[in-house]
Design a protein around this ligand. Sequence first.
Ligand code: SF4
Ligand code: FES
Length: 321
Amino acid sequence: MPKVTIDDISIEVPAGTTILQAARMIGENVPPAMCYYSKLEGSGGKCRTCLVKVTKGSEKDPRPMPKLVASCRTTVMDGMEVRNTTSPEVTDARKGVTEFLLINHPLDCPVCDQAGECKLQDLSYEHGLAKSRYEFKRREFERKDIGDKIQLHMNRCILCYRCTQVAEQLTPERVHGVLNRGEVSEISTFIEQAVDNEFSGNMIDVCPVGALTDKTFRFKSRVWFTKPVNAHRNCPTCSGKVTLWYQGEEVLRVTGRKNRWNEVEDFICNECRFDKKETKDWQIEGPVSVDSHSVISQNHPKIELPVIQKLIESDKDSTQK
Ligand code: SF4
Ligand code: FES
C-alpha cells in the first residue's frame, strides 16, 4: 500500500488511488473539485481547482514535480509528499483559477436556484476577488429546454463535462454534448432534441453551478427556506432512496442523496425526482444532518424534530389507511 503525506498527515492507500481520493480518505484539507465526480468514469482534469504541489515525488524518486498538478488525475506514489492548504503557491493558483472560472459566469446568485448549494459560490467565497478585473462583455446564450423538466442556462456553465458524462454513462442514447471549442463551447442538445430518458434528471444533481435546473422547482423557493429529509420508496427503476426538500409540509423538490463531497450516493430515476412529490408517496426516514457551514442549516444543523415527527406520523397514518 503506497503511503502519501498531505499537509503533514500521512495515510496508506490502495495502489491507483489519486491524491484527491487520498485527501478525501483523510477527510481534512481536501482540495475543491468542480469537475471530478467519483461516480462518473473519466471525470476530472478539466477545471484545475484541485491543483496541489507535490514536494516529493516518491521514495524512489524524491524530486518535486516541476509544476502544480491536478490532484484528481495524479496517482499517489509510495512516499509522496503533497502540499495543499499549506502551500501559498497552491492558494495563489486557486485564486487564479477561480478568477478564470468567473470571467464569463454571471453573478446572478440572487436569482439563481443553485444559490446556497453552488460549489462555485463556495469557491469564490474562499478564493475569489471582491471585484472583477475583466472589462469585456461576458458571453451570452439563449436559455434552452432540455426536455420538459430541465432548463439549461448556458451563461452559467463552467464546462465541467459532468452532465455529458451522465448522458453518456447513464442513458441509453446520448443526445447532448459539448459543441465547439474555446470561448464559444457550449453544452447542447443536438438540434434541440430533448433528452428524454428516465435518468436524465441526474444532470441537475451533478451540475456544480446553476446551469442545469429543475423546472418543477424553479423560482419556487430559496434552498435555505427548505428542509431536507431522507425518504425511500419501492421503485422498479432506481434504488428509490432520495432526499425530499420540504417547505412546511409541501415537498418542493426531490433529489438524490448527497454525501459530504456533494456527490449523489445513488442516481435516481425521473419518476422519483419529478412525479412523486407527495409525502404519501414515500416512507420517511428522518432529517438530513446539514453541515453547519452551509446556509441550508441556518445555524440549525439538525431539523427541528417536531416537524419530522409530524411527517413520520402522517406517513404512518396514510400507510395504515
Ligand atoms: S451544464 Fe453544469 S454539469 Fe454540464 S458542463 Fe456545464 S457546469 Fe458542468
Ligand atoms: S476537479 Fe481536478 S481538474 Fe477539476
